[in-house]
Write a protein that binds this ligand. Structure first.
Ligand code: CP
Ligand code: NVA
Length: 298
């Protein structure tokens, strides 16, 4: 089994991964047998995902090997498919961070061991699992919640989160400039499970929210358009005024890295409604649960 897109995460898989996460949180950690190894093949920058996967693996008795794509033979032209075949000979799992989603799919087609998407330009499924697990832990359930995604509504973390959260029963509100349309593949998929509203009106969009979630205005790979994007999304900054339109119990989330003063103010991200540090911590718990789950469902 792979975890590459939302399609790999059926409601049952998500629930099982959350059960394992609950066990891990309460100290019940199942060490993996036969000294497994996870390869972390990263072609893009990372702080949290890399470190949390390394720590997650270590805590399960699984070795991890970080491979910087820029210093591996892929940088000299070796096919990614061949790299995936080779890693399959030595390792038991591969987590890949690469912007081009089709390149990740090519690796998955060539690999004979489970592949985990550690972020592409289209999806960030392990982040969505950590996000939904965090929401579940704090709000007890996602059923009936309103989760507002504000800013760049056409990027990876929102794509994965809207579908995963909708599968768990949350309604989604996408709030961004009129000229930016969300990716219909994800909107239509999320609508199979729940309501998805799209609006450029911040007050209306955010009203009654249980969670407001934002992310960078300039995702990895979008750097050439940085100036244009910062100007376009600036009116959609998550600040105290925007938060005041939501429920009093509304919490704030961000996958990080944050750009204080751009997509979110320091006051909001460091304020008492912010749950971003629990969210970041839960990446490691969820990644332990994912590795454990995949070890039993190869
Ligand atoms: N949230 C997240 O994926 O962070 P990194 O880019 O630091 O891994
Ligand atoms: N949307 C961001 C997420 C970083 C974790 C990016 O792709 O850069």
């Amino acid at each position: 089994m792979n975890i590459i897109t939302h399609k790999d995460l059926k409601v049952n898989n998500i629930k099982r991964i959350f059960e394992i996460s609950d066990n891990i949180t309460s100290g019940k950690i199942r060490k993996l047998k036969n000294d497994p190894t996870i390869a972390l093949f990263f072609a893009e920058a990372s702080t949290r995902t890399r470190v949390s996967f390394e720590v997650a693996a270590a805590k399960l008795g699984c070795k991890s090997i970080y491979i910087d794509a820029h210093t591996s033979q892929t940088s000299r032209g070796e096919e990614l498919a061949d790299t995936a075949k080779i890693l399959s000979l030595y390792c038991d799992f591969i987590a890949v961070r690469i912007n081009e989603h089709d390149k990740l799919e090519a690796m998955a087609n060539a690999a004979s061991i489970p592949i985990i998407n550690a972020l592409t330009h289209l999806e960030h499924p392990t982040q969505a699992l950590a996000d939904c697990y965090t929401i579940k832990t704090i709000k007890k359930s996602l059923k009936g919640l309103k989760i507002s995604l504000i800013g760049d509504i056409a990027q990876n973390t929102f794509n994965s989160l809207m579908v995963t959260a909708a599968k768990l029963g949350a309604d989604i509100s996408l709030i961004g400039p009129k000229s930016i349309q969300p990716n219909n593949i994800y909107v239509n998929e999320a609508r199979k499970y729940s309501n998805v509203y799209i609006s450029s009106d911040i007050k209306k969009g955010v009203e009654n929210s249980d969670i407001i979630y934002t992310d960078t205005f300039v995702s990895m790979g979008d750097e050439k358009e940085a100036k244009k994007r910062r100007a376009l999304f600036a009116p959609y900054q998550l600040n105290s005024k925007v938060l005041s339109y939501a429920k009093k119990s509304c919490n704030v989330m961000h996958p990080l890295p944050a750009h204080r003063g751009e997509e979110v103010t320091a006051k909001v991200i460091d304020g008492d409604r912010s749950i971003i540090w629990q969210q970041a911590k839960n990446k490691q718990i969820i990644e332990m649960a994912i590795i454990d789950y995949l070890s039993q469902n190869k």
